[in-house]
Design a protein around this ligand. Structure first.
Ligand SMILES: Cc1cc2nc3c(=O)[nH]c(=O)nc-3n(C[C@H](O)[C@H](O)[C@H](O)COP(=O)(O)OP(=O)(O)OC[C@H]3O[C@@H](n4cnc5c(N)ncnc54)[C@H](O)[C@@H]3O)c2cc1C
Length: 315
């Protein structure tokens, strides 16, 4: 499928809650929209319930993705599974290319490619964590999930910096005092962090993981390189989150200090005319409601932009 005749009003890269919410508004306003998505977003795998999604108590990630997809397609937007590897062009004629060489063009472009999270590694391999990626009792996002560990014995697994791991522990301490800290990445701590942890009698372990023990998608224990087994009710991963800015950068967009794509205003518009950013790719906390909101805001302004720029010309 190749369509470079520029007949799409908007191409959206990323079919998570941000990209699909944007597609919904644009399709509702009769814009011709194509969403290109490689389906690696967290909600494609989250089988257990999401928290804090207004109006949708208890919905799973998978169900939310399916519901949004149906709603968007019913209004006429197209959704295609594809991995976009190249972005070029400018307002009026953005061009995307997939890893299979397919090309698509549109007047405007929205990037909602989300962030990549690092899983803990087991003997250097991150894939064993996929067995627990359906969520159950392994968490990654304090803003979204911290209340899930209320009063539970929880291992905080530091994958990257010790500062990040202690910061996660500090956030979680509001919810449970029964924490253990495993520094599987950086093992040295700042003096203040060391004092904070010791004052609260939080046990610290500084080594890699040799084995994950669990069943039916729920983790029961991590076994450390020296054989120590840390059993717990919950496991909270503190890992680097890397915004997927490759396409934004190909189009000349700068990234912020936090590594996010830079936007010009809360609308999600950018320094590149005709290019918008939404969802986790923007420098803000990662939550479904926020992703949807930023997708909707971007779409409202894309629709108005199209009306001003192209309908005025046609008229
Ligand atoms: C384990 C876990 C549990 C969570 N639980 C909650 C919760 O309970 N409540 C809550 O509010 N939030 C939760 N979150 C956060 C929430 O999932 C995110 O904030 C939200 O999914 C962000 O939406 P998004 O559309 O910006 O990005 P994503 O959902 O990450 O979607 C981005 C999409 O873009 C695609 N993509 C990226 N690059 C390309 C490319 N080059 N070509 C094609 N496609 C591409 C990806 O495959 C992906 O499908 C959780 C996150 C995780 C990891």
């Amino acid at each position: 499928m190749t369509n470079t005749d520029n007949s799409y009003d908007t191409l959206i890269v990323g079919g998570g809650p941000a990209g699909l919410s944007a597609a919904l508004h644009l399709a509702w306003h009769k814009r011709r929209v194509l969403v290109l998505d490689r389906r690696t977003g967290p909600l494609f795998f989250t089988l257990t319930k999401l928290e804090n999604v207004p109006g949708l108590p208890g919905i799973s990630g998978v169900k939310l993705q399916q519901t949004l997809r149906k709603q968007v397609e019913a209004l006429g937007a197209e959704i295609k599974r594809a991995n976009v590897v190249k972005a070029s062009g400018q307002a009026g004629n953005f061009l995307l290319e997939t890893d299979k060489g397919e090309q698509f063009a549109a007047k405007t472009l929205l990037l909602a490619t989300g962030i990549a999270r690092y899983h803990p590694t087991v003997n250097g391999d991150w894939r064993p964590c996929l067995a627990y990626a359906g969520k159950c009792n392994v968490y990654y996002c304090p803003d979204c999930e911290a209340p899930e560990i209320d009063d539970k014995q929880t291992v905080v697994i530091g994958v990257g910096s010790s500062r990040g791991a202690v910061s996660t522990a500090q956030h979680l301490y509001e919810h449970s005092k029964k924490l253990l800290l495993l520094l599987s990445g950086e093992t040295e701590m700042r003096e203040n962090d060391e004092i904070w942890v010791k004052e609260r009698n939080i046990p610290i372990y500084r080594q890699g993981i040799a084995e994950l023990v669990g069943k039916r998608g729920c983790l029961e224990a991590v076994v450390l390189a020296d054989g120590i087994k840390l059993s717990a009710d919950a496991f909270f991963v503190s890992s680097p989150k890397v915004p997927r800015t490759d396409l934004a950068q190909q189009l000349g967009l700068s990234v912020t200090k936090s590594g996010h794509a830079e936007v010009k205003s809360q609308r999600g518009n950018t320094a590149v005319d005709g290019l918008w950013i939404a969802g986790d790719l923007r420098p803000m906390t990662q939550q479904v409601a926020i992703a949807m909101g930023t997708g909707s805001i971007a779409a409202v302004h894309i629709d108005q932009y199209l009306a001003e720029k192209y309908q005025a010309l046609a008229g």
